[in-house]
Design a protein around this ligand. Structure first.
Ligand SMILES: NC(=O)c1ccc[n+]([C@@H]2O[C@H](COP(=O)([O-])OP(=O)(O)OC[C@H]3O[C@@H](n4cnc5c(N)ncnc54)[C@H](O)[C@@H]3O)[C@@H](O)[C@H]2O)c1
Length: 439
């Protein structure tokens, strides 16, 4: 393939050299004469293991060139990869000036090009940027339509500086968001021979993945450091703790707890986060991540309440009151908090939760808690699904009890709105008036 790479920084320089190494011809484009000179002399513009060797080799072979001539680079190649910088503005938002400029330049060059060309964004941009900003600029400048007259895709970069070349050949995954199949296939083919999961998806999702990745990596580091600070001040070897922590690939280093949904609750998580945070405070430590965890959890309950208020519904049918299906344990259930707040704000509520109902009627560990501590809430418990189907104008699906889906599907009034806090069932999502809490 003949490829132009826009931006000869960390990403662009590594990508250019590795694409040549995989048998492609590359024209690297930059505004910075120093970077162009570096490449042209067979040198690396950045310090990165083995990069200078590759650049030197492919410049000598004639398959790697550098220029500031955008139009020529587009004309001479089949694919343009955009790797320009997307730095932070003072308020934290992205400065997209380089992206806007490069899209306008490539668009202009496409105007005069007859052959099919594919434009790919490798720069990191928040979800929506490619479609809402880059695509219109390219289309206006070229007078052509993305997905019809030229290919358009996003292909996030997962390399880490210092191991960038190794990472190029050993990525955790290859993600391509294409405006159409042809665009996605064209870009995927660049990675033939690389052994990694290959994921074709929407452009917005590809952009979102990059942010989920990096926010998660930052979260892991912050979490490990905060945990380490507390452990070490308690005289405990934090590395030994985290080594054992990482051995748990069922609940810790795993998919568990990583689906967006409702607040956490139950008898352990809130209590234990509070306790380890209190230990840190006792040692004179700041615990910003644990503070934020508890705060974020409360905010997720507020988000549900806001959505219920915005729906205009007056009578809320809550399906589930315990924090998860298959238990009657109500300790620190965020659904109890939500029910409390709904009553405070004057909503009428009916709650169907067979486990909690049963616990309220029979001698059980939870009976006195249900009948005394949260009596104002438990008086709204109903015994049968029919009672909730009859009156509610909004169902709130609070936990993953699979029966809740058929209860909603069989309700006579199929205009009843739905707020789903757990993403219970794909079928429900097709109904009018369905809303997920964060999907
Ligand atoms: N550095 C990393 O490890 C890394 C990893 C993954 C993703 N990213 C993302 O990739 C993008 C690039 O990052 P970087 O670290 O390589 O940036 P960088 O600042 O090192 O390089 C950007 C280059 O783009 C050039 N440029 C600006 N406008 C141009 C134009 N109109 N035409 C041609 N060149 C132009 C600049 O002169 C510069 O050489 C960013 O969005 C970044 O967030 C970076």
């Amino acid at each position: 393939m003949r490829i132009s790479v826009f931006g000869i920084g960390y990403v662009g320089a590594v990508t250019s050299a590795c694409l040549c190494d995989s048998g492609n011809e590359v024209i690297a484009v930059d505004k910075d004469p120093v970077r162009i000179k570096c490449i042209s002399e067979g040198k690396s513009p950045i310090i990165e293991k083995d990069l200078d060797v590759l650049i030197d080799k492919y410049v000598k072979q004639g398959t790697l060139k550098a220029t500031d001539d955008c139009a020529e680079a587009v004309k001479e190649t089949d694919i343009s990869l955009i790797c320009v910088g997307t730095p932070s503005r003072e308020d934290g938002s992205l400065d997209l000036a380089y992206i806007e400029a490069v899209c306008a330049e490539i668009g202009n060059a496409l105007k005069d090009k007859e052959e099919y060309h594919t434009v790919v964004l490798r720069s990191t941009m928040v979800p929506g940027t490619a479609i809402d900003l880059c695509k219109p600029i390219l289309e206006e400048a070229s007078g052509k339509k993305a997905g019809e007259d030229f290919g358009f895709a996003n292909n996030p970069e997962f390399l880490r500086e210092s191991t960038a070349i190794y990472d190029y050949y050993n990525p955790p995954k290859i993600v391509v968001g294409g405006i159409d199949e042809k665009s996605a296939e064209t870009i995927m083919a660049l990675y033939d021979g690389i052994d990694a999961p290959r994921i074709k998806t929407d452009i917005n999702i590809a952009e979102g993945v990059k942010y989920a990745d990096n926010a998660w990596h930052a979260m892991k580091i912050g979490f490990a450091n905060e945990m380490g600070n507390i452990l070490s001040d308690c005289g405990v070897d934090s590395h030994k703790v985290m080594d054992i922590f990482c051995m748990d690939t069922k609940l810790n280093i795993s998919k568990a707890y990583l689906k967006p949904g409702f607040a956490f609750g139950g008898s352990c998580l809130p209590k234990d986060v509070r306790a380890i945070r209190a230990k840190g405070k006792e040692k004179g430590l700041e615990t910003p991540i644990f503070d934020a965890l508890l705060d974020a959890n409360e905010k997720q309950v507020s988000r549900a309440l806001k959505k219920i208020k915005a729906s205009g519904a007056k009578h809320i049918g809550m399906l589930g009151l315990s924090f998860k299906a298959g238990t009657d344990d109500l300790r620190e259930s965020p659904l109890v908090t939500l029910a409390d707040q709904l009553l405070d704000q004057g909503f009428k509520i009916s709650i169907y939760d067979p486990n909690v109902w049963q616990a309220s009627q029979t001698e059980s560990a939870n009976q006195s808690y249900i009948n005394n501590v949260i009596k104002h809430i438990s008086v709204n418990l109903v015994e049968t699904p029919e009672e909730i189907q009859k009156d509610a104008d909004l169902f709130v699906i609070g936990n993953g009890n699979k029966d809740f889906s058929s209860i909603i599907q069989s309700a006579e009034n199929d205009n009843t709105l739905i707020l789903d806090l757990v993403r219970l069932d794909e079928e429900l999502e097709k109904r009018d008036g369905y809303h997920g809490i964060c999907w």
